[in-house]
Design a binder for this molecule. Sequence first.
Ligand SMILES: NC(=O)c1ccc[n+]([C@@H]2O[C@H](COP(=O)([O-])OP(=O)(O)OC[C@H]3O[C@@H](n4cnc5c(N)ncnc54)[C@H](OP(=O)(O)O)[C@@H]3O)[C@@H](O)[C@H]2O)c1
Length: 340
Amino acid sequence: MATATATQYQAVQKGGPFTVVSIPKPCPGPNEVSIRLKAIALNPLDWKKLYFGFMIESWPAVLGIDGAGIVEDVGQGVNNFKAGDEVFSLFGHDSRASSFQEVSVVPEMFVAKKPRNLSFEEAASLPICYCTAGAAIYSALKIPLPFLPDGATTGPQPKSVLVLGGSSGVGAAAIQILRLALPTAAILTTSSPQHHAHLTSLGASRGFDQKSPSLVADIKSATPDAKGVDMIVDAVASGASQTNIYDTLSADGPKEVGEVFSGTQIQVPEGVKRTVAFGRQVFEPPGGKNAMTALAGLLSEGRYKLPNRVQSVGSRFEAIAKGLEVLKGGISGTKLVVTV
Ligand SMILES: NC(=O)c1ccc[n+]([C@@H]2O[C@H](COP(=O)([O-])OP(=O)(O)OC[C@H]3O[C@@H](n4cnc5c(N)ncnc54)[C@H](OP(=O)(O)O)[C@@H]3O)[C@@H](O)[C@H]2O)c1
């Protein structure tokens, strides 16, 4: 009997090019799910891997950390999914678990049923930004997330939080997660002014132009007693170029920064506690194993919205290389996706 095959979109070497390769179709092991990809979202990590060799052990390599599709098969011990289910998922870093391919195999915990009201492309745009924002808030800043059932952690609960880079995928996710976690807190954010109305619709109290010369003073004056914010979520490594942004932290507060890992070296002033966050940390105990299922629930209930506009860069694997070029050049309030 002929072996079943599937195609992979492999980056041949650092910087590319890509090539389409046929491999034996992968099978899920215990507690794993194999997914036939219908849509893939592109992330800054993909181009950082491609052009800098970031986190790549050897070439050729398969990239891609976000996607949505149809369950192909399930491994032993998987009870929540069956072949044919429409799902969206976080994907992995090795060639078996990355999303730039026809069939990928991921841990069951990374997968959730796709809400009916979302297209595959919209669903694909969500996982890593939600997971990373969740990790910065829940794992780094120790703010309990009410939608992770056993997810209570302890720590000072902030009355105000500044999200740096609110219009980024991670930032727009962070605003929504913070609003769910801290219903009465002031959630301030920086972005270009064109995005402020959208970011307040997601739950921000107010947006600030990150290029304003009076940014720090403007942010402080919008906090209770103009003392400054209790905590910062840095979604876009703002602290590297805006070194005075830490002056927005209240001298009386915990002075904590949850910084999304970006590969950029950032120095914070003495007395400021900086914790770097990675998307997968959100799955850590106690509540994290439910993180993706919780996202599906929030979406179905309308309590979590698409953080950013979803823009297609084309269909078939060949659109990925072009899309990564666009992403590397810089995008604004947009998630790029490819239909497989
Ligand atoms: N550690 C992890 O697990 C993990 C996971 C995902 C992402 N990341 C990292 O997180 C970062 C964000 O990823 P992403 O996908 O959310 O990015 P993205 O959506 O591609 O980011 C683009 C946005 O960043 C905003 N921006 C850039 N510099 C800014 C600044 N100084 N102040 C305010 N806004 C600024 C831009 O805002 P305007 O257009 O409004 O100016 C733009 O909307 C990247 O470095 C990525 O590598 C890490």
